[in-house]
Design a protein around this ligand. Structure first.
Ligand SMILES: [Zn+2]
Length: 285
């Protein structure tokens, strides 16, 4: 039975590669790796499924596929273009190792917020979740992404934080340290989905909607120069570096989510240019 299953699996993989060799009716660009984002292009009017679930497709055939921090090593992608047979492809998803960061001796009030703070945190989390799930129809994500600023990378995607011995949520973003007041740019075209002046964890907080459920969050700023509903273009100055909320120094926390799933902004933006890189993501082969 096991041998048979293995053979079937091989056959499926072989079939998939044959389809690929015969030129799939869709194009994928990006990183097929945990935390990665693929931008796909199929025929206008095509329908797309990832692991059996339908994906939003723009009228021109553009679509997005995101891989969570713990995404499995393979995923089935199906595309049905109008008047064409449904094409299936098994995509291999790279697996990563993540850092474990242990911080001990923190004041209890910082690690375990009291009931009043917890109520506030719940309200703010709900507002963030709502902004992230807008999934507006306009695909503003088709251009390339850029870093919001140049600085020192002090926190990377995926790290597991253990505070005073208790495991916390993994770090789903990147931290870029820069002097207080440094201007920050929009990473891509977007509509401003949320502006908040003072959140418990993230201080001055901004969420950008790039379309189809792809969003950026900027946190800990000293100033925000845009308002909710405003359209911004890639490279536009939209905020300034600060250390509002729970932050130990001036920096930007930049997170990217697709349908609420946290992705790695560093994979989207590529090399930072003149930055001083303190850490490198722990990629497994
Ligand atoms: Zn961070």
């Amino acid at each position: 039975m096991i041998r048979h299953g293995g053979f079937l699996g091989l056959l499926l993989l072989f079939a998939a590669s044959v389809v690929l060799a015969a030129d799939l009716p869709f194009d994928l660009q990006g990183h097929a790796i945990q935390g990665g984002l693929l931008r796909g292009q199929a025929a206008p009017g095509a329908r797309v499924w990832v692991a059996g679930a339908p994906v939003k497709v723009a009228p021109d055939g553009a679509f997005l596929i995101g891989f969570s921090r713990t995404a499995p090593s393979s995923v089935l992608i199906e595309v049905a273009a109008p008047a064409a047979p449904r094409a299936a492809h098994i995509l291999t998803v790279g697996q990563r190792d993540y850092k474990v960061e242990t911080i001990d001796g923190l004041p209890d009030s910082q690690v375990s917020p009291g009931p009043v703070a917890l109520e506030r945190i719940a309200r703010e989390s709900a507002a963030i979740k709502t902004a992230r799930l807008r999934a507006s129809d306009t695909p503003l994500f088709t251009g390339s992404f850029q870093w919001p600023l140049t600085g020192t990378l002090t926190g990377i995607y995926g790290s597991q934080r253990v505070l005073n011995g208790a495991p916390r949520s993994p770090h789903l973003g990147v931290d870029i340290a820069a002097p207080y007041g440094t201007p920050m740019l929009a990473p891509a075209d977007a509509v401003v989905a949320l502006v908040h002046d003072d959140m418990f964890f993230t201080g001055k907080t901004l969420i950008l909607d790039h379309g189809h459920g792809l969003t950026s969050v900027y946190a800990h700023m000293s100033a925000i120069m845009v308002t909710e509903g405003q359209s911004v273009v890639a490279g536009q100055v939209i905020a300034a570096v600060g250390q509002s909320g729970r932050a130990t120094g001036p920096h930007l926390h930049w997170g990217v989510h697709l349908a609420g799933v946290g992705l790695d902004p560093a994979l989207l933006a590529g090399a930072m240019g003149a930055s001083s890189l303190k850490e490198t993501p722990g990629l497994s082969p």
